[in-house]
Design a protein around this ligand. Structure first.
Ligand code: SIN
Length: 530
C-alpha cells in the first residue's frame, strides 16, 4: 500500500464556522480543503485509500464542479464540523448528466448480461475491499456508529452482488398462440435512463438497492444523493469506474434538490424515477412524473407498529423491539414507530425494554462501544422534541430519557414513553428519532385495528409464540413487510416496499428487477405462408 494512500484526513481544525447543514457558497474553499478536510479528532477517521475522497460530481465519467462554481459544505452531525465541500449543481449539470446517461444507454444495454454481470461483480468486490473506508465515510457524514456503518456497507454491497447474478436471469416468455400460424413472445428490455434520488439515512445501501438492478437490466443512471451525505455516493461512484463500468453509465449530481428533481422529471430521456424519502416529496415526484409518463417507484415514510402479545417470549420481544426501534438512532423508514403491548405483559415489557434502552451508549459513532449516534441535524432534534412535548401534554409519561443528551448538539437521549394513545402525534406521524412510545391494548382485534389505523403501510412487527396468531395477524396487517419475532428483516434477497402511502414498487430480490424492465410483446405471424 502506497504511503500517499495512508494520508491522514485531518487537515485543518475547521476553518469553516457555519454549522448550517445546507450552507451554499460561491467562494471555493482552498483545494486541499475541498479534497481532504475530513474532520476528525482521531486517527480513527483516516481513510486507507484517500482516492475514495471525491468532492466533485460525476458526469460522463468526468469529475465535475458546479458550472457556476457554487458548492455546499458537508457537516459531521456528531460535531457540526465541516468535513468537505461538494458542488452545488442544478439544471445545467443535470441536463448534461442525463445526456451522458442517454448516450451511453445504447452501448451498455447491448452488452451481454454476462458482461454487465462481470462489471457488477467487480464493483461488489471493490465495495467489500474498501468496506472500512466506506463505513468511516458513512459515520462521518451520517453519524451512525461505525459498527452499524460496516453493516450498511455489507448490506449495500449485497445488492450489487445479488443483481450481478440476477442480470443473467432476465427471462422472457413464449405464449401458446391462439392461432396456428402465429408465435407469441414476450421480451423484457431495460426501461432506459433512470433518475435515482436517494436519502441520507443509508448513504450507500439506498443507492446500491436502486443502481444494482438498474445496471443489471441494462439501464444507465443519474444519481442524486442527499446533499447531507454525498461523500459515500461519490466514493461508490469512483469504485464503479474502477470496476470497469463504462463512463456515463453511472452519473452523480448533487446540490439544488428541486432544480435537479425538476430537470429529471421534465426530461423525456429519463424513463424512470426511483426515490427513497419522505411521503410528501414522493407525492410531488409522482405528480411531476406524469408530464412525461415515467415509470415510478417510491419507498416512502412508514409508521411501523410493533405488536407485543401476552404470549411473546419477553427476551425475544425486548431484543427485537430494541433493534426495530433504535437502529440508526430511530432514523429508518422501517423503525418501529409505535410499540403496541398487550395489557398482561405491559409492565413487565416496559421495565425490561427500558433497562435495555438505558444500556445503549450514546456518542460519536467513531468511538468504541457507541450504539446510538447523533440525529442528522438540529431540525430533526427539534422535531423529536415537538413529538415529546405533544405526547406529554396529552398524558404520556416519560419512563426514560425525554430530553437532549448532555453531549449537546444533535444528540438526544434514547427515550421510552408510556401511557401513549393513538391520537397523539407521535402515534400518527413518523418520528425518525430515538423515542419508543408504548401503547396498551387488550385484544388481538384491537391491536390489528390500531396497527392498521395509518395511511402508511411499510413495515410491521409481531412478537408472539402462537403460530396461528402470527399467520392470522400477518395476513390481516396492511403492510409491505412483516417481521415475526424479528426486529430487523431487510435483506437483498427479499422484496422491500410499502402499501398505501408508503410507496409503489419493490426493491431487492427478483421482484426488484421488474422495476427497471419494460415488457414487449412480439407476434410472429403468417407462419404458414411459404
Ligand atoms: C430505509 O429506512 O429506507 C431502509 C431501511 C432498510 O433497508 O432496512
Amino acid at each position: 500500500m502506497s504511503i500517499s494512500r495512508m494520508l491522514p484526513l485531518r487537515i485543518s481544525n475547521f476553518l469553516f464556522s457555519s454549522h448550517n447543514p445546507l450552507s451554499i457558497s460561491t467562494h471555493h474553499p482552498p483545494l486541499f480543503l475541498r479534497k481532504m478536510s475530513m474532520d476528525t479528532q482521531s486517527s480513527a477517521a483516516r481513510l486507507i485509500d484517500s482516492g475514495l475522497l471525491r468532492s466533485q460530481g460525476l458526469i460522463g465519467g468526468k469529475w465535475t464542479d458546479a458550472y457556476d462554481g457554487k458548492f455546499i459544505k458537508v457537516h459531521n452531525p456528531a460535531t457540526g464540523d465541516v468535513i468537505a465541500s461538494v458542488p452545488c449543481m442544478g439544471r445545467r449539470e443535470t441536463t448534461d448528466a442525463i445526456s451522458s446517461a442517454y448516450d451511453t444507454f445504447n452501448s451498455w444495454s447491448k452488452l451481454t448480461a454476462s458482461e454487465r454481470s462481470k462489471c457488477l461483480r467487480k464493483w461488489y468486490d471493490l465495495l467489500i475491499a474498501h468496506k472500512e473506508d466506506l463505513a468511516k465515510l458513512i459515520t462521518l457524514e451520517q453519524g451512525k456508529p461505525l459498527k452499524e456503518a460496516l453493516g450498511e456497507v455489507s448490506y449495500g454491497a449485497s445488492f450489487i452482488e445479488f443483481y450481478a447474478e440476477e442480470a443473467k436471469r432476465v427471462y422472457g416468455d413464449i405464449i401458446p398462440s391462439t392461432l396456428a400460424d402465429r408465435r407469441l413472445f414476450v421480451l423484457k428490455q431495460p426501461v432506459g435512463v433512470v433518475g435515482a434520488i436517494t436519502p441520507w439515512n443509508f448513504p450507500l445501501a439506498m443507492i446500491t438497492r436502486k443502481v444494482g438492478p438498474a445496471l443489471a437490466c441494462g439501464c444507465t443512471v443519474v444519481i442524486k444523493p442527499s446533499e447531507l451525505t454525498p461523500l459515500t455516493a461519490l466514493a461508490a461512484a469512483e469504485l464503479s469506474l474502477q470496476a470497469g463500468i463504462p463512463p456515463g453509465v453511472v452519473n452523480v449530481v448533487m446540490g439544488n434538490a428541486s432544480d435537479i428533481g425538476d430537470t429529471l422529471l421534465a426530461s423525456p430521456q429519463v424513463r424512470k424515477i426511483t426515490f427513497t424519502g419522505s411521503t410528501a416529496v414522493g407525492k410531488k415526484l409522482m405528480a411531476g412524473a406524469s408530464g412525461t409518463v415515467k415509470k415510478v417507484s417510491l419507498e416512502l415514510g412508514g409508521n411501523a407498529p410493533c405488536i407485543v402479545f401476552d404470549d411473546a417470549d419477553l427476551d425475544v420481544a425486548v431484543k427485537g423491539a430494541l433493534a426495530a426501534k433504535f437502529r440508526n438512532s430511530g432514523q429508518t423508514c422501517v423503525c418501529a414507530n409505535r410499540i403496541l403491548v398487550q395489557e398482561g405483559i405491559y409492565e413487565k415489557f416496559a421495565n425490561a425494554f427500558s433497562s435495555a434502552v438505558q444500556s445503549l451508549q450514546v456518542g460519536n459513532g467513531l468511538a468504541e462501544g457507541v450504539a446510538q449516534g447523533p440525529l442528522i441535524n438540529v431540525a430533526a432534534l427539534q422535531k423529536v422534541e415537538s413529538f415529546i412535548q405533544d405526547a406529554t401534554s396529552k398524558g404520556a409519561k416519560i419512563m426514560l430519557g425525554g430530553k437532549r443528551h448532555s453531549l449537546g448538539r444533535t444528540f438526544y437521549e434514547p427515550t421510552v414513553l408510556t401511557d401513549v394513545d393513538s391520537d397523539m402525534r407521535i402515534s400518527r406521524e413518523e418520528v425518525f428519532g430515538p423515542v419508543a412510545p408504548l401503547l396498551r391494548f387488550k385484544t388481538e382485534e384491537e391491536a390489528i385495528r390500531n396497527a392498521k389505523d395509518t395511511n402508511a403501510g411499510l413495515a410491521a412487527y409481531i412478537f408472539t409464540t402462537n403460530m396461528s396468531r402470527s399467520w392470522r395477524v400477518s395476513e390481516a396487517l396492511e403492510f409491505g413487510l412483516v417481521g415475526i419475532n424479528e426486529g430487523i428483516i431487510s435483506t437483498e434477497v427479499a422484496p422491500f416496499g410499502g402499501v398505501k402511502q408508503s410507496g409503489l414498487g419493490r426493491e431487492g430480490s427478483k421482484y426488484g428487477m421488474d422495476e427497471y424492465l419494460e415488457i414487449k410483446y412480439v407476434c410472429l405471424g403468417n407462419m404458414n405462408s411459404p
